[in-house]
Design a protein around this ligand. Structure first.
Ligand code: NAD
Length: 308
């Protein structure tokens, strides 16, 4: 709920996150501290469907409850980003293109789904690799996050977007999806990475597979194919420097860590919930504060997945 003491003074906002295994998410802290820095309070609640509190409650019933309690909106994460769509009144253009929602804005009795993962990667890319050539880009991974990243790369000016996934049909489906949503990009699925790199000479590589996470070490992209002229982005952010990013840095490549996407998805969600600009540097500082706390870092490593 957005409570305003005077016509324009926001005093309290109620938001939250629906997902599973989200206890260690960094998103609540980013929203709460940003609101506090702006002079109002944010009550950010975790709706962890893995906990007994939500036993037997359907996603539809939970969303009804949240909407009825006057929340300004909710973030949505694994595994509900697609499942939530039938319970919404409308989708933003980005959410409709990606086919997934990570932010629901509740306003005037309506529920509108947004996808701020897309903008989050795009903004991180523009700030971190804005000048990099992007005529030919290889995207590794065509899963939930890969779909948002593919559209973001198109929005950032990628011309030839090649997509590799161990599930080749998924890569093909994403190439078709992004081509139909973004007319300027030429997208295709690729199978054999070594011959693709040799023949096409991509300027940039993006990892959107889970490979490289602390619990899934390694690199989906063979690091011996890296060239110093390439830029390399990863969306995995735990650890911040994945095996792929480390190899790329040592090879002399420009690199972009996954933390930027995680921060900017929250920046945009905050703006959608409140109607006010957020300070990305402040929200990034909150995000980074988790890495400066070794105790939190150890427990996060045990978590099932990276939860923003
Ligand atoms: P997902 O399971 O939906 O998709 C992963 C895809 O990668 C699948 O299609 C799978 O077949 C493919 N894949 C797995 N190993 C591969 C390999 N070795 N080579 C090629 N393809 C391979 O997962 P997701 O939701 O898309 O998330 C992927 C990763 O991105 C996770 O680590 C997640 O934590 C991270 N993520 C980060 C952010 C962020 O804000 N930085 C946001 C969302 C997800």
């Amino acid at each position: 709920m957005q409570k305003r003491a005077q016509s324009d003074a926001l005093t309290t906002i109620q938001t939250g996150l629906i997902g599973r295994g989200i206890a260690l998410s960094r998103t609540p802290a980013m929203h709460i501290r940003e609101a506090s820095a702006q002079g109002f309070s944010c009550d950010y609640r975790l709706f962890d469907m893995d906990t007994p509190e939500f036993d037997g409650i359907s996603l539809a019933a939970l969303l009804d409850r949240i909407a009825g309690e006057g929340y300004a909106g909710v973030n949505v994460t694994y595994p509900f980003k697609i499942e939530i769509i039938p319970f919404l009144d409308d989708l933003s253009a980005n959410a409709a293109a990606v086919g997934a929602v990570n932010t629901v804005v509740l306003r005037d009795g309506r529920r509108v789904g947004h996808n701020t993962d897309l903008w989050g990667f795009a903004e991180s890319f523009r700030r971190g690799l804005g000048e990099a050539s992007r005529n030919r880009v290889l995207l590794m991974g065509a899963g939930g996050a890969g779909v948002a990243v593919a559209h973001a790369l198109a929005d950032c000016g990628a011309v030839h977007l090649s997509i590799h996934d161990t599930d080749h049909e998924r890569a093909e489906a994403l190439a078709t999806q992004v081509s139909s949503n973004r007319a300027d990009v030429r997208a295709e699925a690729v199978g054999d990475l070594a011959s693709y790199v040799r023949d096409q000479r991509p300027e940039g590589i993006v990892n959107a597979t889970p490979m490289g996470m602390a619990k899934l070490p390694g690199s989906a992209f063979p690091t011996d194919l890296l060239e110093p002229s390439m830029w390399v982005a990863d969306i995995v952010y735990f650890p911040l420097e994945t095996e792929l990013l480390r190899a790329a840095r040592l090879r002399g490549c420009r690199t972009l860590p996954g933390s930027g996407m995680a921060v900017f998805q929250a920046v945009r969600a905050f703006e959608l919930f409140t109607g006010r600009p957020a300070d990305p540097n402040r929200m990034k500082a909150t995000f980074d504060s988790f890495d400066n706390n070794p105790a939190k870092q150890r427990t996060t490593e045990c978590n099932r997945e990276e939860t923003k």
